[in-house]
Design a protein around this ligand. Structure first.
Ligand code: FES
Ligand SMILES: [Fe+2]
Length: 381
């Protein structure tokens, strides 16, 4: 076998195959990427009522995300401070006024304070203030809940602003879509037999769009050339001249989102908020993918189709036409991600592959992974 050395000036190397299946590398990613970066874990409107909670697995921890009596959403490690029992076991539920531990019935308010310690009520040697649930950093951006297990992490904006500025020059473009005001019209979950980084790489590349997504390139002909994003700040991708809506037929009559103007018509923007959110902006809806690693070779994606509240509230509202196109694109993408995963164990991919010209933004993701793992130069020849 002849090892092909990519020409560095034009072709950047990908990560070697072991980065996509090695359990040790996966464990380090859990600790250093998912345990230290801000990670999107879902939508705040998934727990709309006081006392409602959802459980999140993040960086090897179980985390409770709960809405308090004041309406605020907070996050705590799902561990009782007495003897360490897991507090909540339901993926989603209603806690009422307190979280009560199954073991010795200590109870915690929705703000995490220790409020009940049976038979120790008069024992003032127990400093209850010191035994509240351990909080996890939480911020909400455009309706999305982001967590960070690192108590010393910089605010979420320090992580989200740079990619938004790189793509749009400033936050205005994305702000006018008012994503946080939109509501979910349809949500589909997918499980993919591929490492999470293959799913990210695949979303950021459009070299595959022609062969894999014939229906998509029919709507967005620029994608046929294989470059969805050429580094032009603020540039969207135009619909084909005879296409009026992002649907399988290219036709549709959904109203434009309230914050947009005629200049936004017939344009698509796609970009990634590392490590785990894909954003797709369209004139009449927004599609968000939230990615979650399930293991070295398994990933989970929630795809939400978001619409204006008034549009989605109409009796005749039906998102099927636009869901169909991106559900198809999703399934086409997962298929090639799974085919690629199969090759990651082969000696043919021992030293990795290469990104084609114009894919420096994907190489930047590779570099982020390497620098977070503390291996910035390990794949260099
Ligand atoms: S372990 Fe939770 S109350 Fe004892
Ligand atoms: Fe794709």
């Amino acid at each position: 076998m002849v090892a092909v050395e990519p020409e560095r000036a034009a072709f950047e190397p990908t990560l070697p195959g072991r980065y996509f299946h090695d359990p040790d590398i996966y464990a380090r990613e859990q600790e250093r990427i998912f345990g230290r970066m801000w990670v999107c874990v879902g939508r705040a409107d998934a727990i709309p009522t006081e006392g409602e909670f959802m459980l999140i697995d993040l960086g090897g921890e179980s985390v409770i995300v709960a809405r308090g009596h004041d309406g605020a959403v907070r996050a705590f490690l799902n561990v009782c401070r007495h003897r360490g029992a897991r507090l909540c076991t339901d993926a989603h539920g209603q806690a009422g006024r307190v979280f009560q531990c199954r073991y010795h019935a200590w109870s915690y308010g929705l703000d995490g304070r220790l409020v009940g310690t049976p038979n120790l009520a008069r024992d003032d040697r127990l400093d209850r203030d010191a035994y509240g649930l351990l909080p996890v950093r939480l911020e909400v951006w455009e309706g999305l809940v982001w967590l960070n297990l690192d108590p010393d992490a910089a605010p979420l904006s320090a992580q989200l602003d740079p990619p938004i500025r790189t793509r749009f020059g400033g936050p205005e473009t994305i702000a006018r879509y008012r994503i946080g005001d939109l509501v979910v019209g349809r949500s589909i979950q997918y499980e993919i037999a591929a490492n999470w980084k293959l799913v990210v790489d695949n979303f950021m590349e459009c070299y595959h769009c022609g062969p894999v997504h014939p229906e998509l390139v029919r709507l967005l002909p620029a994608f046929r050339q294989g470059t969805s994003y050429q580094g032009i700040v603020g540039e969207g991708t135009s619909f084909a001249s005879d296409v009026d809506a992002f649907t399988l037929s290219g036709q549709g009559s959904r109203p434009r989102l309230p914050g947009l103007g005629p200049d936004d018509d017939r344009l698509y923007y796609g970009f990634v908020l590392w490590p785990n959110v894909f954003v797709n902006l369209l004139p009449d809806h927004v599609i968000l993918h939230t990615l979650r690693p399930l293991g070295p070779e398994r990933s989970h994606v929630v795809c939400d189709w978001l619409f204006d509240r008034a549009d989605a509230g109409r009796a005749e509202f039906d998102p099927t036409d636009t869901v169909d196109i991106f559900d198809l694109v999703n399934r086409q993408d997962w298929e090639v991600c799974e085919l690629t995963q199969l090759g990651m164990h082969s000696r043919a991919y021992d030293r990795g592959g290469l990104y084609v010209t114009n894919e420096t933004h994907i190489a930047a993701f590779r570099d982020l992974v390497l620098s977070r793992l503390g291996e910035a130069d390990s794949t260099r020849p």
